[in-house]
Design a protein around this ligand. Structure first.
Ligand code: ATP
Ligand code: AMO
Length: 432
């Protein structure tokens, strides 16, 4: 439909063809209105029954809600119309009629359960509020890509079918690959590291990861989208700077370019976080958590942070913060240790509600790397494709990864991570 005009762009004085969905029909007797909705907004189509062709009036007013139509007619100013303009139709084509019974109400007047919404995403995204979430998600990705470009990153894509896992063996989805055991990748970790040793030096990837998470929680998915960053010749401190910059770029992009969507979602006080996120050492972190008195049992050195601990500290800090200097024993083999070996150069970026990022300085020294595998009970021979490149000149490097859905979820204060994914994969959900 090359001469189609978006409803928001229909100019009074011209004849326009608009196309979209029947949002509502209001019949007032002698006069009736069809509200037509498209991506850009809504427009009023006026039917003056006495003055117009009977067939046209009958077809227009007999349409079921959510049918797809195109309408051609004169655009006029009309202060009483919801957007100040209306169209008097000369032609109306019914393109796709909708059944009168809909599984959910796209006008949003009747609330639907999340599972009904997820089963009917097409209809769900006809609602302004749901559409706004995905427009904001797209803006987050755009802003993040631009901020990577500003710091000289090259975008890469790495395989999603792999021979080995990296983030702990229990969470892999096994598949068969021409008779061989293979897995869906949990993280681009090893591949992005291989690329910092290449001529690219500084890379990022935005892509899917797959984890056979046992738990069914409001903040875990079995297929998620990760923003991975990795750079040669930087350390963990500089990686944290880049991590903070990326988050601020995402918030700034949304604040600047998604005013309408934020308004639709009811955020009149959307704020870009202040620069300079606090960097708390792991030791300080567990002391502060214990001091909140919110936990039944005090944390001891070496404990990972349970969900309640993250929440208690999040309330205490009141904004984003990093946790640094984790015990080496609870960070993966690819993270470098500080001198002495007890503390690692790994970090997490936390939102008061949950963890957003893991990252760190990597072990680039071949001997130390192989030792690290052995200490974690992994067979270095299985990772030879990775370790051998550390023999041919691997620069010092650092990086991190964000979960996109968690970033959007915390940014918009969504109750459930599934609201930030079009077609979530969880323990129960494999289709659509
Ligand atoms: P007719 O206009 O053929 O006499 P009617 O009596 O049903 O039929 P009006 O009295 O003109 O229609 O209007 C009915 C209602 O519709 C009124 O509340 C009026 O404010 C509203 N209305 C009329 N024209 C428009 C329009 N173009 N846009 C929005 N509201 C309108
Ligand atoms: P990690 O395992 O901490 O680190 O993952 C990084 C971030 O990805 C998000 N995330 C998830 N989001 C939703 N559902 C899941 N199941 C899920 N799993 C992870 C979180 C998390 O903070 N290779 C390292 C990163 C690195 O060091 O560069 C890694 O994968 O927001």
């Amino acid at each position: 439909m090359e001469n189609r005009t978006y409803t928001a762009e229909a100019e009074p004085g011209e004849t326009a063809t608009v196309a979209g969905w029947v949002h509502e029909i209001r019949d007032l007797g002698g006069i009736a209105f069809l509200i037509l909705r498209d991506k850009s907004g809504k427009i009023q189509i006026k039917f003056e029954k006495e003055e117009m062709d009977d067939d046209l009036v009958e077809t227009g007013l007999g349409l079921s809600r959510e049918s797809v139509v195109s309408v051609t007619g004169a655009v006029e100013e009309e202060p009483r119309a919801p957007t100040g303009v209306e169209i008097t139709p000369d032609e109306l084509d019914v393109i796709a009629e909708a059944e009168p019974e809909l599984p959910l109400d796209p006008s949003g007047k009747v609330d639907a359960e999340l599972s009904t919404r997820l089963d009917n995403r097409t209809l769900d995204l006809r609602k302004d509020e749901t559409k706004a979430i995905f427009e904001i998600r797209a803006e987050v990705l755009r802003a993040v890509r631009e901020s990577f470009r500003e710091i000289g990153c090259t975008e890469i894509s790495t395989p999603k079918i792999v021979a080995t896992g990296t983030e702990g063996g229990t969470e892999l989805f096994p598949i068969t690959y021409f008779g061989k055991e293979a897995f869906m990748n949990q993280s681009p970790q090893l591949f992005k590291q291989l690329m910092v040793g290449s001529g690219l030096e500084r890379v990022f990837e935005i892509g899917p990861i797959f984890r056979a998470e046992e738990h069914n929680t409001p903040r875990h998915l079995n297929e998620a989208t990760m923003i991975d960053f990795e750079s040669a010749f930087i350390d963990h401190e500089e990686a944290m700077d880049a991590c903070e910059r990326t988050l601020l770029a995402a918030y700034e992009g949304v604040a600047e370019n998604c005013e309408e969507q934020l308004e639709t979602l009811g955020y009149d006080d959307f704020e870009v976080p202040d620069e300079g996120f606090p960097r708390l050492s792991y030791e300080e972190t567990i002391e502060r958590i214990n001091a909140t008195g919110e936990l039944d049992e005090q944390l001891v050195w070496g404990d990972d942070l349970p969900t309640e601990a993250e929440k208690a500290l999040g309330q205490d800090v009141g904004g984003h913060y990093f946790v640094t200097d984790w015990p080496s024993e609870i960070k993966p083999f690819y993270i470098q240790d500080h001198e002495g070996g007890e503390l690692s150069k790994g970090f997490d970026l936390m939102h008061p509600r949950m963890e957003l990022v893991s990252g760190g300085q990597r072990e680039h020294r071949y001997d130390h790397l192989v030792e690290g595998f052995e200490q974690q009970g992994l067979d270095p021979a299985q990772f030879e494709y990775y370790t051998k490149m550390f023999k041919y000149g691997m620069p010092p490097h650092a990086g991190w990864a964000y979960g996109v859905e968690r970033l959007v979820m915390t940014m918009l204060d969504l109750g459930n991570i599934r609201e930030a994914v079009l077609f979530p994969r969880d323990r129960q959900r494999l289709s659509p």
